[in-house]
Design a protein around this ligand. Structure first.
Ligand code: COA
Length: 206
């Protein structure tokens, strides 16, 4: 391998070649700071006003955390604030899912972890208020952010993953047009049982 080859590889790594136009400034900063509207939801950048005891209580709800690696952690307003701050200055995004119906208000959160060099965005979601489960909100929020990501210059693949037994989450992936993208067999132990982790993905149309 010559030095020329190495330079070409370095150039390729620094400036991924997917898409036609990858601007120098990070385009995801724009989407990250934007509010995304759906018929019933406002998905807005997570801020200080969303830090509440209601939010902390979702993280201590065993049903909510049933399939989450966070289920044994102790959460406080301060640990949630630190988590919020961990998104600052990164391409990763943190959104609050807020119902347009004021009686429901802020009832969940959504994260996006971005790997700019590979054009990857991985979404995670928590519908924290269990009274809101099974009403199509998960699908509505996921679908909106997935679509926005697939419009972003530089993003070529959007992914998600969960424990295979998380039926609601798998249904959300499939309803949003994602397809299976791999399975880690007997990966974790949940409730004394070995469980698989399933990955789903959707690609930007070229
Ligand atoms: C998984 C989760 C996001 C689903 O959100 P949701 O708003 O309840 O999902 P939707 O209402 O859009 O439902 C999608 C489908 O899943 C079904 N569903 C939802 N929760 C379900 C459950 N616990 N068991 C079985 N089916 C379920 C819905 O009935 C619906 O079915 P349909 O397509 O046949 O109508 C939500 O339950 C949640 O946040 N859970 C806790 C956190 C979590 O597990 N996050 C994912 C970790 S990666």
């Amino acid at each position: 391998m010559t030095n020329g080859d190495l330079e070409m590889i370095a150039e390729h790594v620094d400036r991924p070649s997917f898409g036609t136009n990858v601007p120098d400034s990070d385009p995801r900063e724009t989407m990250k700071h934007r509010t995304h509207d759906t018929p019933r939801l406002t998905i807005e950048p997570f801020g200080e006003k969303h830090l509440s005891e209601r939010y902390v209580s979702w993280l201590h709800d065993p049903e909510n955390m049933r399939w989450s690696e966070n289920r044994f952690a102790k959460h406080t307003l301060e640990s949630c604030r630190e988590y919020m701050r961990s998104f600052d200055g990164s391409p990763n995004m943190f959104f609050a899912i807020v119902a347009k119906d004021p009686a429901l208000g802020h009832f969940g959160n959504l994260t996006v972890y971005v790997e700019p060099r590979h054009g990857l965005a991985d979404i995670g979601i928590l519908i924290g208020d269990r009274a809101a489960w099974g009403k199509g909100y998960g699908r509505e929020a996921w679908g909106a952010i997935q679509s926005a990501l697939l419009e972003e210059p530089g993003i070529r693949k959007v992914t998600g993953g969960c424990v295979a037994d998380n039926v609601g989450m798998v249904k959300v992936f499939e309803a949003c047009g994602m397809v299976p993208d791999g399975r880690r067999v007997r990966q974790y132990v949940y409730e004394g049982r070995e469980v698989d982790i399933v990955h789903y993905a959707i690609w930007r149309r070229t």
